[in-house]
Design a protein around this ligand. Structure first.
Ligand code: IPE
Ligand code: IPE
Ligand code: MG
Length: 255
């Protein structure tokens, strides 16, 4: 089954006459939401104005993901390296989850979305943790989109933590070393139980992973766009999906 692309793209990317193949949408889409600061700077605003505007782009991405029955949407919201930014900006970023959930939690509930996180939440201020825990609790029985925020997330730290957890895990003492395979290891990552991202989107023109999902993106398809995150629309999301559908995924084999 296929359906017509719903809008004429205002950016004239000529995707309006293309079709989304509903049987071939990625199960898991991960997004590096980048370019907020540059979006603000271009307009003569302080960088944090870009983060605020970025919240709306975030909800647009959620709407697009639910519309196309994507199972998991993992959004990189704050990296373990983002603590290096000026206090004012970090403090502003720490307030955004609460603000986002205050505005959009009713819509997330209405859309049957389940909120989850990956990353070390323990380092966040109490009001941020409380807002996130409240959203997780209120959406825990929803079985639509899994909206997975990566907050205080760093892939290298995730891997180091996984190794530490394995060393501490008494259940592993009976294993032979060669039984510790990729599947066993994956169970110690934050993403335990989740499929790997099929499609990774990065906005703002940067072409790097910035310590995001290093293990999980081994065979993800990458989509880079120059669009800055606050400008990212549902059309942009569809464009990435359409492009994904043209990819030939070989996983090292042959067609
Ligand atoms: C992404 O936008 C948001 C976070 C990293 C929290 P940036 O703040 O990195 O914006 P640019 O890349 O400086 O434009
Ligand atoms: C990656 O963007 C982190 C998030 C989007 C949350 P950055 O802006 O922090 O990455 P670099 O510094 O350009 O690599
Ligand atoms: Mg950036």
């Amino acid at each position: 089954m296929s359906i017509r692309f719903p809008f004429f793209s205002k950016k004239e990317k000529n995707v309006s006459n293309q079709h989304i193949q509903l049987k071939n949408v990625p199960s898991h889409v991960a997004v590096i939401m980048d370019g907020n600061g540059r979006w603000a700077k271009k307009r003569g605003f302080p960088r944090v104005a870009g983060h605020k505007e970025g919240m709306e782009a975030t909800q647009r991405a959620v709407r697009a993901a639910t519309k196309y029955n994507i199972k998991i949407l993992t959004l990189f919201a704050f990296s373990t390296e983002n603590w290096k930014r000026p206090n004012y900006e970090v403090n502003f970023l720490m307030k955004l989850p609460k603000e986002f959930l205050h505005i959009y939690l009713p819509e997330l509930i209405e859309k049957n979305v389940r909120v989850e996180t990956i990353g070390e939440l323990s380092a966040l201020p109490d009001f941020t943790k409380e807002a996130i825990e409240d959203a997780k609790e209120k959406t825990k029985d929803n079985d639509g989109l899994l909206l997975n925020f990566a907050i205080n997330y760093g892939a290298r730290f995730e891997i180091i933590q996984a190794v530490r957890k394995m060393i501490r895990d008494k259940n592993l003492s009976n294993y032979n070393l060669d039984e510790i395979d990729e599947e066993v290891f994956s169970n110690y990552l934050y993403t335990k139980g989740l499929s790997d991202p099929d499609l990774l989107i990065r906005t703002s023109g940067e072409k790097r992973l910035s310590n995001f999902l290093l293990w999980q993106c081994a065979y993800s398809e990458f989509w880079f766009t120059d669009t800055l995150w606050p400008d990212f629309t549902e059309d942009d999301f569809y464009e990435a999906l359409i492009n994904f559908q043209k990819r030939k995924r070989r996983y090292g084999g042959i067609e």
